[in-house]
Design a protein around this ligand. Structure first.
Ligand code: SF4
Length: 152
């Protein structure tokens, strides 16, 4: 398993205390980051065996995963969804787009980066980040959830 082994062992440890549910919001991504996030659920990475899964409702999720630079048309939906996640929650920005707007910076239809719209706890860099980086970021997000008082 190589480089992923210590990350997965850490995830197992955390998942025993808390099965984190993720809500994914595409704020104008090109789908590159979305594909890498979904790859984490496939048999190769299989984060679902640790209780980590994508949830269909933000009201049942612990971690908000945002991809994309935040377009004008997604801005208010992002705010609403962020408010719908119960506290404590963690926001993870996946990829370069939510961090800096990336190649979309300067466009008149972009209102991001994401931390202009909602508070962000963790950035996972890359265009797109590989699934290993996403898995590591989720592990760190779970640590933040625990630090915020979840599943002590
Ligand atoms: S960071 Fe790269 S891969 Fe991800 S949404 Fe932006 S352009 Fe696409």
């Amino acid at each position: 398993m190589g480089v992923l082994e210590p990350i997965l062992l850490r995830l197992v440890d955390r998942a025993r205390r808390k099965s984190a549910w993720l809500f994914h919001f595409n704020a104008g991504a090109c789908n590159g980051c979305d594909i890498e996030l979904v790859a984490c659920l496939t048999p190769r990475y299989d984060v679902e065996q640790l209780g980590i899964r994508l949830e269909g409702s933000p009201r049942h999720a612990d971690i908000l995963c945002v991809t994309g630079p935040v377009t004008r048309t997604t801005r208010e939906a992002l705010r609403t969804i962020h408010a719908q996640l119960p506290d404590p929650k963690v926001v993870v920005a996946i990829g370069s787009c939510p961090a800096t707007a990336n190649v979309f910076a300067g466009s008149p239809v972009i209102d991001g980066p994401v931390d202009r719209i909602i508070p962000v706890d963790l950035f996972i860099p890359g265009c797109p980040p590989r699934p290993n980086a996403v898995v590591q970021g989720i592990a760190e997000a779970i640590e933040l959830l625990v630090a915020k008082g979840v599943a002590q």
